[in-house]
Design a protein around this ligand. Structure first.
Ligand code: EPZ
Length: 418
């Protein structure tokens, strides 16, 4: 089992180019089921992407990966395709459920394994099924599988989500593109990754308009032409390295980003006393001698992202006073707390709210990653802890961070995979 070894307290200096977004690539790969020929560039070559490509191959798409150029080419011209997403391909990567919408709307049926839960919660899909049913799909759950069909195709309708869900919004969008007539989705998630999916779907010929949290889609015959699409940058990766720079950066420049998408994160870091110089497509950040405490509640975009709270918590351990994080999206997303405590952090949790007492010196330790974002918070803690930190189960990291050690090593971090 691979581990990461970090020797702490090495100041970071240099530039980091941000990769394409995993969470934009996954729904766009699912959307390729609606197309004939697709070429995606700026794709992050991380484990979850390969898992999704496995699933698309299993369904019947032809996939070509040009690793060095981070390009994926997809051809979807098979008559008979397999409208099944088996458990073995969905259990480790819940975004596999995103093939449900495209399969039902284009091929009239789908058999999709219910995604397994994961460390951060049960991860239900009731909102996905709610939307598909509204569009006219017949849905049954049997032996751990979703059996969906729409013999006469899906029909556009009005759907108001009872709560905001990224995945359910994406599945409903994909299904509505192939439905007859107009669909109006309200109380939608509007993450930048969803807007990138929408720009891809528009290239396919869909007519989609976004008004705040309302999205209007008119089902159209989709083009058979080849679609080229460049994946948006990964704002969570960018936020992670911004926090690394805030913690121990002499000067770190984050490149290949759209700064305006990171407004919320920049505001919080500035409030904590970090000096940030931002331009349109890059941000320079340096650490401070002391940090002010801050309070955040994780919210759907444009609120503070739940995928960045574990990383911000590490910075809060160095802030003066008691910082507060309320995790408002997932029921169990503080798995990194026991590991940070073992490194010397003083953190108390009272029903989904973490109280972080600082500043506290962190000591290197042997720790264990539990989910993708928790594991990267341990890397950040290792960068500022004294002596050595060994992080186990780093396969979690490889699911969503492309070339993490290389990017940090290029900024003088002492980090290696053993
Ligand atoms: C997406 O997950 C992301 N994954 C997650 O990133 C991210 O944390 C999450 O959105 C929130 O921003 C991908 O995009 C592949 P949700 P998703 O549906 O779609 C509940 C990472 O680290 N819910 O917005 O699963 C759910 O339990 C991952 O890259 C239902 O109750 O998130 C959660 O409490 C982790 N019923 C809340 O809604 C449903 O049908 C938000 O979940 C669906 C969700």
């Amino acid at each position: 089992m691979k581990k990461l070894l970090i020797k702490g307290k090495k100041e970071l200096i240099g530039a980091i180019s941000i990769s394409g977004s995993k969470n934009a690539t996954l729904p766009i790969l699912a959307a390729s089921l609606l197309s004939n020929k697709v070429s995606l560039s700026n794709v992050p070559l991380v484990k979850d992407i390969y898992t999704m490509l496995e699933l698309l191959k299993f369904i019947g798409l032809k996939i070509k990966i040009k690793n060095s150029k981070r390009i994926i080419e997809i051809v979807n011209n098979k008559e008979k395709i397999n409208t099944l997403a088996p458990y073995r391909l969905v259990k480790t990567m819940r975004a596999g459920v995103l093939v449900l919408g495209p399969l039902v709307t284009k091929y009239k049926k789908a058999k999709i394994s219910l995604p397994g839960g994961c460390a951060i919660g049960t991860r239900p899909v009731d909102l996905h099924l709610f939307a598909l049913k509204k569009l006219g799909a017949k849905i049954k759950i049997k032996d751990g599988y979703i059996l969906a069909e729409a013999k006469k195709g899906l029909r556009g309708t009005k759907i108001k989500f009872p709560s905001i869900s990224v995945g359910a919004t994406e599945n409903a969008l994909l299904a509505a593109c192939g439905a007859k007539g107009k669909t109006v989705l309200s109380n939608c998630a509007i993450e930048p990754e969803i807007l990138d999916l929408i720009s891809f779907l528009k290239k396919l010929g869909s007519s989609i308009n976004v008004f705040g949290r309302k999205i209007e889609i008119v089902g159209k015959n989709l083009t058979k032409k080849k679609i080229n699409h460049n994946i948006i940058f990964d704002r969570i990766e960018a936020g992670t390295y911004l926090i690394a720079g805030a913690l121990i950066g002499k000067k770190i420049t984050i490149k290949k980003i759209e700064t305006k998408i990171l407004n919320t994160e920049i505001k919080i870091l500035k409030k904590m006393g970090i000096n940030i110089r931002a331009s349109k497509n890059s941000i320079s950040i340096s650490s401070a001698t002391s940090f002010k405490k801050s309070n955040i509640i994780t919210k759907p975009y444009p609120g503070f992202p739940t995928d960045l709270q574990a990383q911000l918590m590490v910075l809060m351990t160095q802030a003066k006073g008691v910082s507060i994080i309320k995790e408002d999206i997932f029921e169990n997303r503080f798995m990194h707390v026991p590991e940070l405590r073992r490194m010397g952090a003083k953190i108390e949790i009272k029903n989904k709210t973490a109280y972080i007492f600082g500043p506290r010196k962190l000591n290197g330790a042997e720790v264990m990653a539990t989910d993708l974002r928790a594991s990267v918070s341990l890397v950040l803690a290792g960068l500022i802890a004294d002596k050595r930190t060994v992080i186990n189960r780093i396969y979690h990291l490889d699911r969503g961070y492309e070339y993490l050690e290389k990017k940090l090593k290029n900024c003088k971090a002492k980090i290696k995979r053993i």
